[in-house]
Write a protein that binds this ligand. Structure first.
Ligand code: MN
Length: 130
């Protein structure tokens, strides 16, 4: 599978790319939202790992833009956030994210979230339209 990581912090990028790469996925990288949106449209990744705190356009706005574009609306998004404050989970879900992890997370937590979200996505796309 192809996983796009949108993350501005180099060490967070390194960890997310390592987890995804070691799980056998091809990894695409962007360090800001506009580049990430362009890569998502061009490459149609199977999953996006989205940092929420990005310079300029943040991860919530970027996720809303992805979900509003028919070309990228079906790509699942896992939000990676430094803040896990009350109400954040609702905001993250409302923006269209499928799941989220609070940083710092354990390697195994991200690995599990990737597996879970990809499995759910495969199940959705295999389902016949009603
Ligand atoms: Mn960040």
């Amino acid at each position: 599978m192809k996983i796009l990581v949108i993350e501005d912090n180099p060490s967070n990028m390194k960890l997310a790319a390592l987890v995804a790469g070691n799980a056998g996925h091809a990894v695409l990288r962007a360090d800001n939202a506009p580049d990430g949106l362009a890569l998502a449209r061009a490459e149609r990744p199977d999953l996006i790992l989205m940092d929420i705190q990005l310079p300029g356009m943040d991860g919530l706005a970027a996720t809303r833009a992805l979900k509003a574009d028919p070309a990228t609306a079906d790509i699942p998004v896992i939000a990676l956030t430094s803040y896990a404050m009350k109400g954040d989970a609702e905001k993250i879900r409302a923006a269209g994210c499928d799941d989220y992890l609070a940083k710092p997370y354990h390697y195994s937590d991200l690995l599990a979230a990737i597996g879970r979200v990809l499995a759910e996505s495969a199940q959705r796309s295999g389902r016949r339209p009603e």
